[in-house]
Design a protein around this ligand. Sequence first.
Ligand SMILES: [Zn+2]
Length: 361
Amino acid sequence: MKLAELFTAYPYALGKEQKTPVLTRLLQELTVHHQTACARYGRILASLPGATATGNPLADIPMLPVRLFKLLDLKSVEDAAIIKTLTSSGTTSQLVSRIFLDKETALLQTKALSSIICSFVGKQRLPMILVDSPDVIADRASYSARGAGLQGLSFFGRDHLHLLDTEMQIRHQAFEQFLARHAGERILIFGFTYMIWQYFYAAFAQHHLAAELDKAMLIHSGGWKKLHQEAVDNHTFKERIGTVLGIRNIANFYGMVEQVGSIYMECPEGVLHAPDFAHIIVRDPATLVPLPPGQQGLVQTLSALPHSYPGHSLLTEDLGTIHGEDDCPCGRKGVYFSIQGRLPAAELRGCSDTHAFGGRS
Ligand SMILES: [Zn+2]
């Protein structure tokens, strides 16, 4: 099975027995490709201590700490082949990731994102509300990490409405006109989790306004840190938005700028799903041994998409829990999981780099 064959209209088709050999081969090929094409990556792999096989071929794929992309430029193509450089958000005091894309990887990302989004939304382009201001779009670079995949998402809609003005106020008149234009139609709404909460939901709730967006699907992504500080979890988020804005079809997704295209969408059961071309492993933060379902640990993301940079196997700084594989009641195959937040900075420093580079237990 070739990589392109994994981008089907339903990218959650492969059970473990089918998926493991296909994905393992694709990822092993990527390891070899990056070893040859990226001298820095080759040197890092060569410096790894020998490791015992875990018995799970996917867990034996070497991994890089995602932080490394903030420290080093890692690319597996000639500079002339780079068509786009993605950067993560960051203040001046923070380092940003730099991810180098060639035509092939950018195309794979678009195809992957398209197969995932279309499997949830349908193939038809829907009228789309973007919960941001035109300003934010102009300053997209600073938002790319908060919503990996955002840049591509507007392609899945039409007649786009930027809901907010430059003061982050709702453009009520434009909103009313948009709803009148698309009365009775399905609508797609997209935005960063916190912006939807702060500038869309809160504005309506404060003024005791209500919306009836019962034909809308809301897709959102970005960190939960600020919402958790306000004691808002995913369940509360959905419940409040359903009550005030009338939106019942709500899906969060998890993703990162270092693996754009490989997004993990939330199904109606409230868990995040790995598509056929990606996989999740949860590891003990101290020993990096893979953990069984139900135990919280550091999330490793595997993706068959990154060809122009060695980002096919990354150890993130996010804490998550796998809940099961292939048997979610929604019918989607693959691992399903949830994210609980970030590993505290102090514990992160406790993770020795040797371990982090090792990628094996
Ligand atoms: Zn599911």
